[in-house]
Write a protein that binds this ligand. Structure first.
Ligand code: PMP
Ligand code: GLN
Length: 393
């Protein structure tokens, strides 16, 4: 404290250290298997890593790349949106490269919110949403996804009721971290209708777009009336198992891109020069790459979800992402996910994260715990063996 005042800005005091940092540190300290923080334990395609080495050696991107991102990557993003979803974006005016999806989220909220604006977000939500809404001076309005017949679903009436005259935007995440829910075409159509009717902007976080095991990923921007009011966000981290590269992007109409770029230029200005060239190549990989990634993770989902069920957890089988949410109550382990996760490394050498941290209504998330399955099969098998020992202990 100086001048009798806490050092940290009041808007941020409630956030503390991210749960991912806390739990990863605990994993290292205890030598546990880390199924907490979502990062793969094998690196993405060698040819893409080699492309980054080539770019670096050739002097591509070693100095500040252009503010909007290197043209090769902007074109590759535009091509990807067209090839996958039939969405046409102009690589010069409608694509912006960012420092991961994290910066894209921060810059979009900083650019588009005025203090006091309300932002509707689906709770449980990814931790940076609440912090970035706060940094932008906005007010978050959670709409809770509730467990229903083995999956988490969006209550459209609740969503409609959450809109007020102060609502500026909806911040949507599908496939959804941490629940693994993939919003259906009908749900998305209802969101789109509501956004148009109430004249709202929408930011969609689609970083898990290629990790869908049931159903399909449909960008909200593809619904009538949505292209001009949607900022679509994605990144290379999950799709190419390169979470340390921090290359992300937005696609949106020129006005929205210009607004977001205004904020982004004062956050990092630019980053990841050589990686941008490599990610351009990655986005152009044949369909077989994306199919194999999905098949691999589907098998891992089945392994971990099956193992957790056998170990006695209630399991919400995810339709997408690389996370599985579980209910600890059937284990007879109480209903405090925080306490459970803090004790788990000692009890059986596995780390998970408590879903409660992703809620404003903490009690709604109390008995739920998230495990990541973006890990080698032998690691998941060992984790399952350890977790099965829990009931005996
Ligand atoms: N959004 C969601 C839903 C996430 O799970 C993550 C974490 N990987 C991010 C955004 C951040 O993505 P990036 O690592 O590209 O910044
Ligand atoms: N997105 C990752 C997860 O949900 C973590 C990213 C981070 O540590 N900020 O586990």
């Amino acid at each position: 404290m100086t001048q009798g005042r806490p050092l940290l800005n009041r808007r941020l005091t409630e956030f503390g250290t991210t749960i991912f940092a806390e739990m990863s540190a605990l994993a290292v300290q205890t030598g546990s298997i880390n199924l907490g923080q979502g990062f793969p334990d094998t690196d993405g395609p060698e040819e893409i890593r080699e492309a980054a080495v080539r770019a670096l050696r050739a002097g591509h991107g070693n100095q500040y790349p252009p503010g909007p991102g290197v043209p090769e990557l902007r074109s590759a993003v535009a091509e990807h949106q067209l090839r996958r979803y039939g969405l046409e974006y102009d690589p010069d005016a409608e694509v912006l490269v960012t420092t991961g999806a994290t910066e894209a989220i921060a810059a979009s909220l900083l650019a588009l919110l005025e203090p006091g604006d309300e932002v509707i977000a689906l709770e449980p939500y990814y931790d940076s949403y609440a912090a970035c809404i706060a940094m932008a001076g906005g007010t978050r309005v959670p709409v809770t996804l509730r467990p229903h017949e083995g999956a988490y679903r969006l209550d459209l009436d609740e969503l409609r009721a959450a809109v007020t005259p102060r609502t500026r935007l909806i911040l949507l995440n599908t496939p959804h971290n941490p629940t693994g829910t993939v919003l259906t075409r009908d749900e998305l159509a209802a969101v789109a209708e509501l956004a148009c009717e109430r004249d709202l902007l929408v930011i969609t976080d689609e970083v898990y777009e290629h990790l869908v095991f049931e159903g399909e990923h449909i960008p909200l921007a593809s619904f009538p009336g949505m292209r001009e009011r949607t900022v679509s966000i994605s990144s290379a981290g999950k799709t190419f198992s390169l979470t340390g590269w921090k290359i992300g992007w937005i696609t949106a109409s020129p006005d929205l891109v210009t607004a977001v770029r205004s904020a982004k230029q004062f956050l990092t200005y630019v980053s990841g020069g050589p990686f941008q060239y490599a990610v351009a190549e990655a986005l152009r990989l044949p369909d077989s790459y994306f199919d194999e990634l999905r098949a691999d993770l589907r098998a891992k989902r089945d392994l971990l979800a099956g193992g957790l069920a056998e170990a006695g957890f209630g399991v919400y089988r995810p339709a997408g992402t690389y996370f599985v949410t579980t209910d600890i109550r059937p284990l007879g382990a109480g209903d405090d996910g925080f306490a459970f996760c803090r004790a788990l490394p000692e009890r059986c050498g596995v780390v998970a994260v408590p879903n409660a941290v992703f809620y404003d209504h903490r009690e709604q998330g109390a008995p739920f715990v998230r495990f990541a399955f973006c890990k080698r099969t032998d690691v998941l098998t060992e984790a399952v063996t350890r977790l099965k020992g829990l009931r005996a202990s």
